[in-house]
Ligand binder design. Structure first.
Ligand code: GDP
Length: 297
C-alpha cells in the first residue's frame, strides 16, 4: 500500500514525541529533522519540505506547545494540520456547467500515465451521478488507444465517439460536441494523445483543442510512481496550457507517494481523484484530511 514507509517512519517519530512528558525546543527540532528526512525520502519536493518544516517549526516552538499540557500531542496535531493544508485542505469537485449545459473536460498527460483508463473511470463516476457522458477519442496517433477507449467505454456502458486516425484532434472535438448536443450528453470527456516527454507538438495540439472548443476543465493525469518527475510535469502543463486539477494514478503501487503531497503546493491546483488500481472502479475522490490521517496513523 502506498505511503507505508512514510507512515511507518512518521509514526515512530510521533511515538517518541508523545511519550515525552515535557518537550524541549531541542526535542522538537530533532523530531522535525527526522520528519524532514522522512518526507524527502518519500520523494516530496525539496522546496515543499523546506516550507512545510518551517511552518511546523514556527507553530511548534511557539508558546502553545511549551505551555501546553501535552506538548508531544500538540506537535502531532500541528503536523497533521500542516499536512492537510499542504494538500489543499478541501475536497475539490470537478466543476460542471450549470443546468443542462454541456461540460467539456479535456484529459491531458504523458503516455502511460493512465489517461485513457482514468477517462473511462471518470465516466463511470459521472454515470453514477446520473449524468450522460460521452467519451471522445482524440488520441489519433495510437490506434490501440482508440480501441482501448472503446473497450473501456463499453465496459462502463458509456458511448465513445471516434473518427479514426485521419482527423485533427481539434476537429474531432468539435464534431463530438455537435454529436453530444444531438444526443443529449451533458458531459464530454476528451481523451487526448500523450507523448513520452513533454514536447511542443503535444502542447500545441492541446492548445488547438482549447482554441476550437470551449474546454471547461482541463484535467492532468500524472503517475505517482514517477515521483518528483510527476510534479515537474504538472508544473509544466500548468505553465504552458493551464490546468484545473490533477488526478494522481497508481497510488496503489509501490510508490513513496511524494507526488500526491507536493502537487498542490507546486502547481496551486488541487488533486481531484486518485487512481488506486487497474480496475475501472479503482478511482477515489481525494480527501486531504483522510490522506493526512492515513500518513500519520
Ligand atoms: P495512457 O497512455 O496515459 O492513456 O495510459 P493507460 O490508461 O493506457 O494506462 C497505462 C497503464 O497503467 C495501464 O496498464 C493501466 O491499467 C495502468 N493504470 C492506470 N491507472 C492505474 C492505477 O491507478 N493503478 C494501477 N496499478 N495501474 C493503473
Amino acid at each position: 500500500m502506498a505511503f507505508d514507509s512514510l507512515t511507518e517512519k512518521l509514526q515512530n517519530i510521533f511515538k517518541n514525541l508523545r511519550s515525552k512528558g515535557r518537550l524541549t525546543e531541542d526535542d522538537v527540532k530533532e523530531a522535525l529533522k527526522e520528519i524532514k528526512r522522512a518526507l524527502l525520502a518519500a520523494d516530496v519536493n525539496f522546496k515543499v519540505v523546506k516550507d512545510f518544516i518551517k511552518n511546523v517549526q514556527e507553530r511548534a516552538i511557539g508558546q502553545d506547545v511549551m505551555n501546553g499540557l501535552n506538548p508531544g500531542q500538540m506537535v502531532v496535531k500541528i503536523v497533521n494540520e500542516e499536512l492537510v493544508k499542504l494538500m489543499g485542505s478541501e475536497t475539490t469537485e470537478i466543476k460542471l456547467q450549470p443546468g443542462s449545459a454541456i461540460t467539456v473536460i479535456m484529459m491531458a498527460g504523458l503516455q502511460g500515465a493512465g489517461k485513457t483508463t482514468t477517462t473511462a473511470k471518470l465516466a463511470g463516476k459521472f454515470k453514477l451521478k446520473g449524468k450522460k457522458p460521452l467519451l471522445v477519442a482524440c488520441d489519433v496517433y495510437r490506434p490501440a488507444a482508440i480501441k482501448q477507449l472503446q473497450i473501456n467505454g463499453e465496459k462502463q456502458g458509456v458511448e465513445v465517439f471516434s473518427m479514426g486516425e485521419n482527423h485533427k484532434p481539434a476537429n474531432i472535438a468539435k464534431a463530438a460536441l455537435l454529436h453530444a448536443q444531438k444526443n443529449k450528453n451533458n458531459i464530454v470527456i476528451l481523451d487526448t494523445a500523450g507523448r513520452l516527454h513533454i514536447d511542443e507538438d503535444m502542447m500545441a495540439e492541446l492548445q488547438e483543442i482549447k482554441d476550437t472548443v470551449d474546454v471547461h476543465q482541463t484535467i492532468l493525469v500524472i503517475d505517482a510512481m514517477t515521483g518528483q518527475d510527476a510534479v515537474n510535469v504538472a508544473k509544466d502543463f500548468n505553465d504552458k496550457i493551464g490546468i484545473d486539477g490533477v488526478i494522481v494514478t497508481k497510488l496503489d503501487g509501490d510508490t513513496r507517494g511524494g507526488a500526491a503531497l507536493s502537487v498542490k503546493a507546486v502547481t496551486g491546483k488541487p488533486i481531484l481523484y486518485v487512481g488506486m488500481g487497474e480496475k475501472l472502479s479503482d478511482l477515489e475522490q481525494f480527501y486531504p484530511e483522510r490522506m493526512a490521517s492515513r500518513i500519520l496513523g
